[in-house]
Design a protein around this ligand. Structure first.
Ligand SMILES: [Zn+2]
Length: 140
């Protein structure tokens, strides 16, 4: 889809902090993270809703989600992640290209559900230097 931001990231027309890629999926750092290491996983083929994914793509997206959750827990030394999908605009989906959020979690963040953390706005947008450092840590 020509006007889609995430399709442009897939095509390399817009830069991203890519931390994983295979033939069907891509993972990159969220530029508006709600915790350090907050990452997104997307199918390379455009689809807005999970229902539009064929089985092979759905499987690939979830397998990548597992890899990213493992990577974040190991490399950032956090005990947990919250994994979420906003499936449609009314659910909070801001980019109409299906994506899975993987959000590193710690007890000190309140240990609550994601909406509480988001509502509190405890996490500030990182500087470019902080994003680059995180990218260095997670892109290998
Ligand atoms: Zn797209």
């Amino acid at each position: 889809m020509d006007s889609c931001l995430f399709c442009k990231i897939v095509k390399g027309e817009i830069p991203s902090y890519k931390i994983y890629e295979d033939d069907k999926t891509l993972s990159f750092l969220d530029v508006f993270p709600i915790s350090e290491g907050h990452s997104l996983i997307i199918p390379k083929k455009h689809a807005q809703f999970v229902e539009e994914l064929d089985n092979e793509t759905a499987s690939a997206v979830f397998n990548t989600t597992i890899k990213i959750s493992k990577k974040l827990r190991n490399k950032l030394n956090v005990p947990a992640t919250t994994i979420g999908i906003h499936n449609g605009k009314e659910s909070g989906q801001e980019i109409p290209h299906m994506h899975i959020h993987v959000i590193p979690r710690e007890e000190s963040d309140g240990g609550g559900p994601i909406n509480i953390v988001m509502a509190n706005g405890k996490f500030n947008k990182p500087t470019d230097e902080e994003l680059k450092a995180l990218f260095e840590k997670l892109s290998k």
